[in-house]
Design a binder for this molecule. Structure first.
Ligand code: ZN
Length: 130
């Protein structure tokens, strides 16, 4: 089954900020991504790039994170089977909204649901094969 169809499961106990931070870092590193971000101005998509990849190198070398290569989200969307596209769209929009909210909020509080959403989003983007 596609990760896009997985339903969010609320944790059965409270998580401390430390635990959430560990979970966040663990998810990203197991997906092979770091905190290097790329933005594509035409489509408005932005996401973390793979660690050690070409995009990461170009971003670091040029000190610029805009319009490096093609947009992976648009590319992946083109490969996603039509019956999954509405699920993918929902995840993309929720992920981008969350990210915008986090960047604009002063207190950097981690939320379990956002961490899980991010994991689903990047699993679709980088791991799911069709
Ligand atoms: Zn795009």
């Amino acid at each position: 089954m596609s990760v896009l169809k997985s339903r969010y499961k609320r944790p059965t106990r409270p998580y401390s900020q430390k635990e959430l931070s560990d979970l966040h870092n663990k998810n990203l590193s197991s997906l092979g991504i770091g905190f290097t971000n790329v933005c594509h101005t035409k489509c408005g998509h932005s996401y973390y790039v793979k660690t050690g990849g070409r995009k990461e190198r170009l971003i670091k070398e040029s000190n610029n994170d805009r319009d490096i290569g093609n947009c992976s989200i648009c590319w992946k969307m083109g490969r996603t089977p039509p019956e999954l596209r509405s699920y993918a769209n929902e995840i993309i929009n929720a992920y981008l909204d969350d990210k915008e909210y986090e960047m604009n909020s002063k207190e950097n509080r981690l939320v379990h649901r956002s961490i899980e959403l991010e994991r689903v989003f990047f699993t679709w983007l980088y791991l799911e094969a069709y």
